[in-house]
Design a protein around this ligand. Sequence first.
Ligand code: PMP
Ligand code: GLN
Length: 386
Amino acid sequence: MSVTPLIPQSKLPALGTTIFTQMSALAQQHQAINLSQGFPDFDGPDYLQARLAYHVSHGANQYAPMTGVQPLREAIADKTAALYGWQPDANSEVTVTAGATEALYAAITALVRPGDEVICFDPSYDSYAPAVALAGGVMQRITLQPPAFRPDWDAFAALLSDRTRLVILNTPHNPTATVWQKDDFEQLWQAIAAREIYVLSDEVYEHICFTDEGHHSVLAHDALRTRAIAVSSFGKTFHMTGWKVGYCVAPAVLSAEVRKVHQYLTFSVNTPAQLAIADMLRADPAHYQQLPVFYRARRDRFIQALAGSRFDILPCEGTYFLLVDYSAISDQDDVTFCQWLTKEVGVAAIPLSVFCDGPFPHKLIRLCFAKQEATLDAAAERLCRL
Ligand code: PMP
Ligand code: GLN
Protein backbone atom coordinates (compact mmCIF):
# COMPACT_ATOMS: atom_id res chain seq x y z
CA MET A 1 0.00 0.00 0.00
CA SER A 2 1.41 3.39 -0.85
CA VAL A 3 0.91 6.00 1.81
CA THR A 4 1.04 9.67 1.01
CA PRO A 5 2.93 11.41 3.79
CA LEU A 6 1.00 14.21 5.43
CA ILE A 7 2.74 17.55 5.58
CA PRO A 8 1.34 19.73 8.33
CA GLN A 9 0.46 23.30 7.56
CA SER A 10 3.01 25.11 9.68
CA LYS A 11 1.74 27.25 12.53
CA LEU A 12 4.99 29.22 12.27
CA PRO A 13 5.68 29.21 8.52
CA ALA A 14 8.23 32.03 8.51
CA LEU A 15 10.29 30.63 11.35
CA GLY A 16 13.64 28.93 10.80
CA THR A 17 16.30 27.64 13.16
CA THR A 18 17.39 30.21 15.76
CA ILE A 19 20.31 32.46 14.90
CA PHE A 20 22.12 31.13 17.99
CA THR A 21 22.00 27.55 16.73
CA GLN A 22 22.93 28.64 13.20
CA MET A 23 25.92 30.70 14.24
CA SER A 24 27.22 28.18 16.78
CA ALA A 25 27.04 25.47 14.10
CA LEU A 26 28.87 27.70 11.61
CA ALA A 27 31.51 28.49 14.25
CA GLN A 28 32.05 24.80 14.87
CA GLN A 29 32.20 24.01 11.16
CA HIS A 30 34.91 26.64 10.62
CA GLN A 31 36.60 26.21 14.00
CA ALA A 32 35.98 29.87 14.70
CA ILE A 33 36.13 31.43 18.17
CA ASN A 34 32.49 31.40 19.16
CA LEU A 35 31.39 34.78 20.50
CA SER A 36 27.91 34.32 19.01
CA GLN A 37 25.53 32.27 21.17
CA GLY A 38 25.54 33.62 24.72
CA PHE A 39 27.16 31.11 27.04
CA PRO A 40 30.34 31.08 29.16
CA ASP A 41 33.32 28.94 28.13
CA PHE A 42 34.13 28.40 31.83
CA ASP A 43 32.37 26.44 34.54
CA GLY A 44 30.08 27.50 37.35
CA PRO A 45 31.08 27.47 41.04
CA ASP A 46 32.64 24.26 42.44
CA TYR A 47 30.27 24.36 45.41
CA LEU A 48 27.24 24.31 43.11
CA GLN A 49 28.59 21.29 41.24
CA ALA A 50 29.39 19.53 44.51
CA ARG A 51 25.86 20.14 45.79
CA LEU A 52 24.39 18.74 42.57
CA ALA A 53 26.49 15.58 42.99
CA TYR A 54 25.46 15.42 46.64
CA HIS A 55 21.73 15.61 45.93
CA VAL A 56 21.95 13.10 43.07
CA SER A 57 23.69 10.61 45.39
CA HIS A 58 21.30 11.26 48.27
CA GLY A 59 18.09 10.26 46.59
CA ALA A 60 16.76 13.58 45.25
CA ASN A 61 15.99 12.04 41.88
CA GLN A 62 12.20 11.95 41.62
CA TYR A 63 9.73 14.60 40.51
CA ALA A 64 10.00 17.93 42.24
CA PRO A 65 6.79 19.67 43.31
CA MET A 66 5.12 21.30 40.32
CA THR A 67 5.91 24.84 41.52
CA GLY A 68 9.53 24.10 42.50
CA VAL A 69 11.22 22.73 45.62
CA GLN A 70 10.40 24.66 48.78
CA PRO A 71 13.99 25.62 49.70
CA LEU A 72 14.56 27.14 46.26
CA ARG A 73 11.29 29.08 46.23
CA GLU A 74 12.12 30.41 49.68
CA ALA A 75 15.65 31.35 48.67
CA ILE A 76 14.28 33.18 45.60
CA ALA A 77 11.73 35.03 47.75
CA ASP A 78 14.45 36.09 50.20
CA LYS A 79 16.79 37.16 47.40
CA THR A 80 14.00 39.24 45.86
CA ALA A 81 13.33 40.95 49.21
CA ALA A 82 17.02 41.67 49.76
CA LEU A 83 17.50 43.12 46.28
CA TYR A 84 14.22 44.80 45.43
CA GLY A 85 12.67 45.60 48.82
CA TRP A 86 9.60 43.42 48.43
CA GLN A 87 9.12 39.84 49.60
CA PRO A 88 7.00 37.62 47.36
CA ASP A 89 5.15 34.73 48.98
CA ALA A 90 7.28 31.65 48.31
CA ASN A 91 4.23 29.40 48.02
CA SER A 92 1.92 31.37 45.78
CA GLU A 93 4.12 33.90 43.96
CA VAL A 94 7.33 32.09 42.98
CA THR A 95 7.45 29.36 40.32
CA VAL A 96 10.56 27.47 39.22
CA THR A 97 10.67 26.83 35.46
CA ALA A 98 12.82 25.03 32.88
CA GLY A 99 14.94 28.08 32.18
CA ALA A 100 13.61 31.55 31.54
CA THR A 101 12.43 30.34 28.13
CA GLU A 102 9.74 28.21 29.70
CA ALA A 103 8.65 30.97 32.07
CA LEU A 104 8.31 33.39 29.14
CA TYR A 105 6.36 30.87 27.08
CA ALA A 106 4.07 29.92 29.97
CA ALA A 107 3.41 33.57 30.83
CA ILE A 108 2.59 34.51 27.23
CA THR A 109 0.39 31.44 26.76
CA ALA A 110 -1.44 32.16 30.01
CA LEU A 111 -2.15 35.81 29.24
CA VAL A 112 -2.46 36.30 25.49
CA ARG A 113 -5.75 35.46 23.77
CA PRO A 114 -6.40 35.41 20.02
CA GLY A 115 -6.38 38.96 18.65
CA ASP A 116 -4.67 40.45 21.71
CA GLU A 117 -1.88 42.90 21.01
CA VAL A 118 1.52 42.53 22.64
CA ILE A 119 4.00 45.40 22.67
CA CYS A 120 7.70 44.71 22.60
CA PHE A 121 10.84 46.75 22.05
CA ASP A 122 12.96 45.77 19.06
CA PRO A 123 15.63 44.49 18.83
CA SER A 124 13.90 41.89 21.01
CA TYR A 125 14.90 38.44 22.22
CA ASP A 126 13.85 35.83 19.70
CA SER A 127 11.59 33.65 21.84
CA TYR A 128 8.87 36.24 22.45
CA ALA A 129 7.28 36.55 19.02
CA PRO A 130 6.77 32.83 18.27
CA ALA A 131 5.06 32.35 21.65
CA VAL A 132 2.79 35.31 20.96
CA ALA A 133 2.00 33.98 17.47
CA LEU A 134 1.10 30.51 18.80
CA ALA A 135 -1.25 32.15 21.31
CA GLY A 136 -2.95 34.01 18.42
CA GLY A 137 -1.62 37.38 19.55
CA VAL A 138 -0.35 40.20 17.38
CA MET A 139 3.04 41.79 17.98
CA GLN A 140 3.28 45.58 18.06
CA ARG A 141 6.92 46.55 17.88
CA ILE A 142 8.72 49.71 18.85
CA THR A 143 12.17 49.96 17.35
CA LEU A 144 14.85 51.27 19.70
CA GLN A 145 17.45 53.42 17.99
CA PRO A 146 21.22 53.13 18.49
CA PRO A 147 23.39 54.07 20.20
CA ALA A 148 21.30 54.63 23.36
CA PHE A 149 18.34 52.35 22.49
CA ARG A 150 16.08 54.33 24.85
CA PRO A 151 12.34 53.52 24.90
CA ASP A 152 10.33 56.28 23.23
CA TRP A 153 7.34 56.76 25.55
CA ASP A 154 5.37 58.85 23.05
CA ALA A 155 5.68 56.10 20.48
CA PHE A 156 4.65 53.64 23.16
CA ALA A 157 1.53 55.63 24.08
CA ALA A 158 0.59 55.85 20.41
CA LEU A 159 0.65 52.06 20.11
CA LEU A 160 -1.74 51.39 22.99
CA SER A 161 -5.22 50.22 22.03
CA ASP A 162 -8.17 48.45 23.59
CA ARG A 163 -6.63 45.21 22.37
CA THR A 164 -3.28 45.75 24.10
CA ARG A 165 -2.94 42.96 26.61
CA LEU A 166 0.76 42.61 27.41
CA VAL A 167 4.01 44.56 27.32
CA ILE A 168 7.25 42.59 27.16
CA LEU A 169 10.39 44.31 28.35
CA ASN A 170 13.93 43.12 28.90
CA THR A 171 16.49 44.78 31.14
CA PRO A 172 19.49 44.49 31.10
CA HIS A 173 18.76 44.12 27.44
CA ASN A 174 19.87 41.38 25.09
CA PRO A 175 21.15 42.23 22.49
CA THR A 176 21.75 45.99 22.98
CA ALA A 177 23.42 45.79 26.44
CA THR A 178 21.42 48.81 27.66
CA VAL A 179 19.38 49.00 30.87
CA TRP A 180 16.10 50.57 31.86
CA GLN A 181 16.25 53.52 34.22
CA LYS A 182 13.95 53.87 37.21
CA ASP A 183 11.96 56.51 35.34
CA ASP A 184 11.24 54.09 32.48
CA PHE A 185 9.23 51.93 34.86
CA GLU A 186 7.32 54.99 36.06
CA GLN A 187 6.62 56.03 32.45
CA LEU A 188 5.39 52.53 31.70
CA TRP A 189 3.13 52.58 34.73
CA GLN A 190 1.66 55.98 33.85
CA ALA A 191 0.93 54.78 30.33
CA ILE A 192 -0.83 51.55 31.29
CA ALA A 193 -2.32 52.32 34.73
CA ALA A 194 -5.83 52.98 33.44
CA ARG A 195 -5.90 49.93 31.16
CA GLU A 196 -6.05 46.19 31.65
CA ILE A 197 -2.49 45.53 30.51
CA TYR A 198 0.03 43.13 32.03
CA VAL A 199 3.82 43.32 32.01
CA LEU A 200 6.26 40.53 31.31
CA SER A 201 9.69 41.64 32.50
CA ASP A 202 12.60 39.54 31.26
CA GLU A 203 15.35 40.14 33.81
CA VAL A 204 17.63 37.17 33.16
CA TYR A 205 20.70 39.45 33.35
CA GLU A 206 19.57 41.06 36.63
CA HIS A 207 22.94 40.29 38.22
CA ILE A 208 25.03 41.49 35.27
CA CYS A 209 24.50 45.24 35.42
CA PHE A 210 27.35 47.76 35.41
CA THR A 211 25.61 51.08 36.07
CA ASP A 212 26.05 53.00 39.34
CA GLU A 213 22.35 52.65 40.11
CA GLY A 214 22.38 48.94 39.37
CA HIS A 215 19.53 46.89 37.95
CA HIS A 216 15.99 48.22 38.35
CA SER A 217 13.49 45.40 38.62
CA VAL A 218 9.81 45.68 37.83
CA LEU A 219 9.38 44.06 41.25
CA ALA A 220 10.75 47.19 42.92
CA HIS A 221 7.87 49.28 41.50
CA ASP A 222 4.97 49.04 43.98
CA ALA A 223 2.24 49.57 41.40
CA LEU A 224 3.69 47.78 38.38
CA ARG A 225 4.45 44.58 40.26
CA THR A 226 0.73 44.09 40.95
CA ARG A 227 0.39 43.17 37.27
CA ALA A 228 3.85 42.00 36.36
CA ILE A 229 5.52 38.68 35.82
CA ALA A 230 9.28 38.96 36.39
CA VAL A 231 11.44 36.25 34.85
CA SER A 232 15.01 35.28 35.67
CA SER A 233 17.46 32.48 34.91
CA PHE A 234 20.12 30.75 36.99
CA GLY A 235 21.91 29.84 33.76
CA LYS A 236 23.28 33.40 33.55
CA THR A 237 23.85 33.87 37.26
CA PHE A 238 25.80 30.66 37.88
CA HIS A 239 27.50 30.21 34.48
CA MET A 240 25.60 27.03 33.62
CA THR A 241 23.21 27.80 30.80
CA GLY A 242 22.83 24.07 30.15
CA TRP A 243 21.12 23.37 33.46
CA LYS A 244 18.04 25.25 32.25
CA VAL A 245 16.65 26.37 35.59
CA GLY A 246 14.84 29.67 35.78
CA TYR A 247 11.88 31.13 37.61
CA CYS A 248 9.13 33.69 37.59
CA VAL A 249 7.74 35.91 40.32
CA ALA A 250 4.21 37.28 39.98
CA PRO A 251 1.14 38.07 42.12
CA ALA A 252 -0.72 34.93 43.21
CA VAL A 253 -3.55 35.44 40.69
CA LEU A 254 -1.07 35.72 37.81
CA SER A 255 1.17 32.93 39.11
CA ALA A 256 -1.86 30.65 39.29
CA GLU A 257 -2.47 31.15 35.55
CA VAL A 258 1.19 30.71 34.64
CA ARG A 259 1.26 27.50 36.68
CA LYS A 260 -1.70 26.09 34.77
CA VAL A 261 0.43 26.22 31.62
CA HIS A 262 3.67 25.20 33.36
CA GLN A 263 2.13 22.05 34.82
CA TYR A 264 1.33 20.71 31.37
CA LEU A 265 4.37 22.08 29.59
CA THR A 266 7.03 20.52 31.84
CA PHE A 267 5.12 19.78 35.07
CA SER A 268 8.27 20.29 37.16
CA VAL A 269 11.97 21.01 36.91
CA ASN A 270 15.04 18.82 37.54
CA THR A 271 15.02 18.13 41.31
CA PRO A 272 18.74 17.85 42.25
CA ALA A 273 19.61 21.00 40.28
CA GLN A 274 16.94 22.97 42.15
CA LEU A 275 18.22 21.77 45.53
CA ALA A 276 21.82 22.54 44.56
CA ILE A 277 20.88 26.07 43.48
CA ALA A 278 18.98 26.62 46.74
CA ASP A 279 22.11 25.58 48.68
CA MET A 280 24.25 27.87 46.55
CA LEU A 281 21.97 30.90 47.03
CA ARG A 282 22.04 30.43 50.81
CA ALA A 283 25.73 29.60 51.16
CA ASP A 284 27.26 32.14 48.83
CA PRO A 285 25.14 35.20 47.98
CA ALA A 286 28.46 36.96 47.35
CA HIS A 287 28.69 35.02 44.11
CA TYR A 288 25.88 36.92 42.43
CA GLN A 289 26.70 40.13 44.30
CA GLN A 290 30.18 40.00 42.75
CA LEU A 291 29.00 39.23 39.21
CA PRO A 292 29.14 42.86 38.02
CA VAL A 293 32.78 43.07 39.13
CA PHE A 294 33.53 39.70 37.54
CA TYR A 295 31.97 40.60 34.20
CA ARG A 296 33.07 44.22 34.18
CA ALA A 297 36.67 43.03 34.23
CA ARG A 298 36.02 40.85 31.17
CA ARG A 299 34.12 43.60 29.40
CA ASP A 300 36.87 46.14 30.01
CA ARG A 301 39.63 43.76 28.99
CA PHE A 302 37.82 43.00 25.75
CA ILE A 303 37.11 46.68 25.03
CA GLN A 304 40.76 47.47 25.71
CA ALA A 305 41.89 44.69 23.38
CA LEU A 306 39.59 45.99 20.63
CA ALA A 307 40.73 49.59 21.05
CA GLY A 308 43.14 49.31 18.14
CA SER A 309 40.54 47.84 15.78
CA ARG A 310 38.37 49.62 13.25
CA PHE A 311 35.21 48.58 15.10
CA ASP A 312 33.26 51.32 16.83
CA ILE A 313 32.37 50.07 20.31
CA LEU A 314 28.96 50.93 21.76
CA PRO A 315 28.36 51.51 25.49
CA CYS A 316 27.72 48.34 27.49
CA GLU A 317 25.65 48.88 30.65
CA GLY A 318 24.71 45.27 31.33
CA THR A 319 24.52 41.66 30.04
CA TYR A 320 27.61 39.84 28.77
CA PHE A 321 27.28 41.19 25.26
CA LEU A 322 29.15 43.97 23.52
CA LEU A 323 27.81 45.71 20.41
CA VAL A 324 30.26 46.89 17.80
CA ASP A 325 29.64 48.89 14.64
CA TYR A 326 31.57 47.61 11.61
CA SER A 327 30.74 50.47 9.17
CA ALA A 328 34.42 51.35 8.81
CA ILE A 329 35.24 47.78 7.77
CA SER A 330 32.48 46.60 5.44
CA ASP A 331 29.36 47.58 3.50
CA GLN A 332 27.86 44.11 3.84
CA ASP A 333 24.57 43.62 5.67
CA ASP A 334 24.99 42.29 9.19
CA VAL A 335 23.96 38.69 8.45
CA THR A 336 26.41 38.41 5.53
CA PHE A 337 29.10 40.13 7.56
CA CYS A 338 28.70 37.68 10.48
CA GLN A 339 28.94 34.72 8.10
CA TRP A 340 32.05 36.18 6.50
CA LEU A 341 33.57 36.97 9.90
CA THR A 342 33.04 33.40 11.06
CA LYS A 343 34.38 31.74 7.89
CA GLU A 344 37.20 34.09 6.94
CA VAL A 345 38.30 35.73 10.17
CA GLY A 346 37.51 32.93 12.59
CA VAL A 347 35.27 34.86 14.99
CA ALA A 348 31.54 34.13 15.23
CA ALA A 349 29.13 36.94 16.17
CA ILE A 350 25.38 37.60 16.09
CA PRO A 351 23.82 40.09 13.62
CA LEU A 352 21.39 42.51 15.25
CA SER A 353 18.80 42.74 12.48
CA VAL A 354 17.53 39.23 13.25
CA PHE A 355 16.06 40.58 16.51
CA CYS A 356 13.84 42.99 14.55
CA ASP A 357 10.79 42.44 12.42
CA GLY A 358 11.05 45.63 10.40
CA PRO A 359 14.07 47.25 8.79
CA PHE A 360 17.13 47.69 11.01
CA PRO A 361 19.71 49.04 8.58
CA HIS A 362 22.54 49.50 11.10
CA LYS A 363 25.90 47.79 10.84
CA LEU A 364 25.90 46.29 14.31
CA ILE A 365 26.95 42.90 15.58
CA ARG A 366 26.86 41.34 19.06
CA LEU A 367 29.93 39.76 20.65
CA CYS A 368 29.65 37.62 23.81
CA PHE A 369 32.37 38.34 26.37
CA ALA A 370 31.41 35.58 28.84
CA LYS A 371 34.68 33.92 27.89
CA GLN A 372 38.06 33.16 29.36
CA GLU A 373 40.59 35.94 29.01
CA ALA A 374 42.63 33.88 26.54
CA THR A 375 39.53 33.42 24.35
CA LEU A 376 38.79 37.14 24.37
CA ASP A 377 42.40 38.05 23.64
CA ALA A 378 42.58 35.61 20.72
CA ALA A 379 39.30 36.91 19.27
CA ALA A 380 40.37 40.54 19.66
CA GLU A 381 43.67 39.83 17.97
CA ARG A 382 41.80 38.51 14.92
CA LEU A 383 39.34 41.39 14.93
CA CYS A 384 42.12 43.96 15.14
CA ARG A 385 43.56 42.66 11.86
CA LEU A 386 40.52 43.94 9.94
N1 PMP B 1 15.76 36.00 27.80
C1 PMP B 1 16.90 36.54 27.37
C2 PMP B 1 16.97 38.00 27.14
C3 PMP B 1 18.00 35.71 27.14
O1 PMP B 1 19.14 36.25 26.70
C4 PMP B 1 17.89 34.32 27.36
C5 PMP B 1 19.02 33.36 27.08
N2 PMP B 1 20.22 33.86 26.96
C6 PMP B 1 16.68 33.82 27.82
C7 PMP B 1 15.63 34.68 28.02
C8 PMP B 1 16.49 32.36 28.06
O2 PMP B 1 17.06 31.93 29.26
P1 PMP B 1 17.19 30.39 29.59
O3 PMP B 1 18.43 29.89 28.95
O4 PMP B 1 17.24 30.34 31.09
O5 PMP B 1 15.97 29.71 29.07
N1 GLN C 1 20.03 33.63 25.01
C1 GLN C 1 21.22 33.18 24.37
C2 GLN C 1 21.79 34.32 23.52
O1 GLN C 1 21.26 35.38 23.48
C3 GLN C 1 20.96 32.00 23.47
C4 GLN C 1 20.01 31.00 23.98
C5 GLN C 1 19.68 30.00 22.91
O2 GLN C 1 20.54 29.59 22.16
N2 GLN C 1 18.45 29.64 22.83
O3 GLN C 1 22.77 34.14 22.89
